[in-house]
Design a protein around this ligand. Structure first.
Ligand SMILES: Cc1cc2nc3c(=O)[nH]c(=O)nc-3n(C[C@H](O)[C@H](O)[C@H](O)COP(=O)(O)OP(=O)(O)OC[C@H]3O[C@@H](n4cnc5c(N)ncnc54)[C@H](O)[C@@H]3O)c2cc1C
Length: 422
């Protein structure tokens, strides 16, 4: 394929790559942008998203970033119509048995006060949530939160970018060469693309693409899961907000189970202390649950396998604060639909968006468990870097791929009391 003067290849048509293509072409429609993916657009990590969004994070840059992304999603609906994709402001509720413990330790009380509402009145909790355990003492509500149809939003941006001239190529990038006039990208289809700039947007594989260019990115991939089951007893009301149990816990196994797990290396982990963050929401007449307790980094696979006993473990954990869910633990109302994908993350859980140490190579990724809610702000920011814009939002410097060279900035980031992961 011949290149013109300003040809940009975006490697990866997940939500990050698509949003970058959209904002690039919206800003400058005379660019030649080629989006490359091995698979169908939005079919890898993005298709596993729980589709939740919120504007509260323990760190100010993340709160500003996600708030801005929510505004950009609203802009898309304003521009292309209310029905362009669904976006429901159904809220996020964190619940805890401990009235004094902060749900998300944060250095920024100002951010907390602006976006959260705290309910500690026992009667209000009982009347709003009669199915909760009586031990629940606190609900902390994020008001500007809910769920979006990520596939609808992504396909909208893809089709609008195509209208502006975006080309989509199917093929796996197998190698990249730097030459005098730019880059040669080799696909497994034997096609070669010649481009001036590259945006690495390959989700869990951003490290693999960077390696083709001799770079190493500070990321790891951690497999996380969600699943959906029926709710024949109608335990969870269909209008319940996305609800997160904030307390850590040791699962309540019987003495016999405990002895068995302790005797077998394969099952010992079931006796560990699990972190807070178990979440549950009603979806399409069923219930969807997740719990990002896995912390083991892995090499990404195209077809990741699911963790044995995950639904049983999560239902047991969930019955701690919604006791009736214990009825489903050993008799799970099928079919069980499981979703597994990687949280690609940096140590501090901030994304990588911007220029790399190699001129004309950009990265947009490490979006962990927040990549669909932040997609619009992510794509917009990456487009600004590619177009060498100098007016950047304040959060940009916290997410720059070369931030690790700035020790003062890194000290500030590392001072955060929580990384906000769910
Ligand atoms: C279980 C789970 C639940 C989640 N829930 C939420 C949520 O509720 N809210 C939220 O905001 N976020 C959530 N996330 C996070 C969100 O889904 C991700 O951050 C986001 O989808 C990442 O998008 P991406 O475009 O970076 O990556 P991807 O969607 O993985 O896209 C990368 C693309 O690159 C392509 N690619 C890779 N290598 C090559 C190559 N060599 N050649 C060609 N193409 C290549 C892949 O085929 C893929 O299409 C969740 C994630 C998981 C795993």
């Amino acid at each position: 394929m011949q290149k013109t003067n300003n040809t940009i290849a975006i490697i990866g048509a997940g939500i990050a790559g698509i949003a970058t293509a959209y904002y690039l072409l919206k800003k400058q429609s005379n660019l030649k942008v080629i989006l490359v993916d091995k698979n169908q657009p939005l079919s890898y990590t993005t298709s596993k998203s729980g589709e939740n969004f919120r504007d509260f994070w323990p760190q100010k840059p993340m709160t500003e970033f996600s708030s801005h992304s929510i505004e950009l999603m609203k802009d898309l609906k304003r521009e292309y119509g209310e029905d362009a994709f669904s976006m429901n402001f159904s809220g996020y509720d964190f619940v805890s048995f401990d009235v004094d413990k902060p749900i998300f330790p944060t250095n920024s009380q100002e951010v907390f006060d602006n976006v959260m509402e705290e309910i500690t009145d026992a009667e209000t909790i009982r009347s709003e949530r009669p199915y909760f355990s009586e031990k629940v003492r606190k609900i902390v509500r994020i008001k500007n939160a809910g769920n979006i149809d990520v596939y609808g939003m992504g396909m909208l941006m893809l089709s609008k970018a195509r209208d502006l001239g975006l080309q989509f190529l199917t093929g796996e990038v197998s190698d990249i060469f730097k030459n005098k006039s730019g880059f040669q990208i080799k696909l497994n289809t034997n096609e070669i693309i010649n481009v001036d700039k590259i945006v690495i947007a390959a989700g869990p594989f951003i490290g693999h693409i960077a390696k083709m260019l001799g770079m190493k990115l500070p990321i790891e991939n951690i497999l996380q899961q969600k699943f959906m089951v029926s709710d024949p007893q109608k335990i969870i009301p269909t209008n319940m907000p996305f609800t997160i149990y904030a307390d850590g816990q040791v699962l309540d196994w019987s003495e016999e189970e405990r002895t068995f797990f302790a005797s077998d290396e394969k099952y010992k982990w079931l006796l560990d202390e699990f972190p807070g963050g178990l979440h549950i929401k009603p979806e399409s007449g069923k219930i969807k649950l997740g719990w990002a307790f896995n912390t083991t980094a892995a090499q990404p696979m195209w077809e990741p396998s699911t963790l044995e006993l995950f639904p049983q473990v999560v239902l047991k954990g969930a019955s701690r604060f919604i006791p009736q869910l214990a009825d489903y633990q050993n008799n799970i109302p099928g079919p069980i639909i499981q979703y597994a994908g990687y949280y690609t993350r940096t140590k501090e859980n901030f994304p990588l968006i911007g220029a790399t140490q190699m001129p004309d190579v950009f990265v947009v990724g490490a979006l962990a468990g927040y990549g669909t809610m932040s997609a619009c702000a992510t794509g917009e920011l990456c487009a600004k870097y590619v177009l060498s814009e100098t007016k950047l939002p304040d959060y940009a410097r916290y997410f720059h791929p070369l931030r690790y060279e700035d020790s003062a900035l890194m000290n500030e980031i590392n001072d955060s009391m929580s990384d906000g992961q769910l």
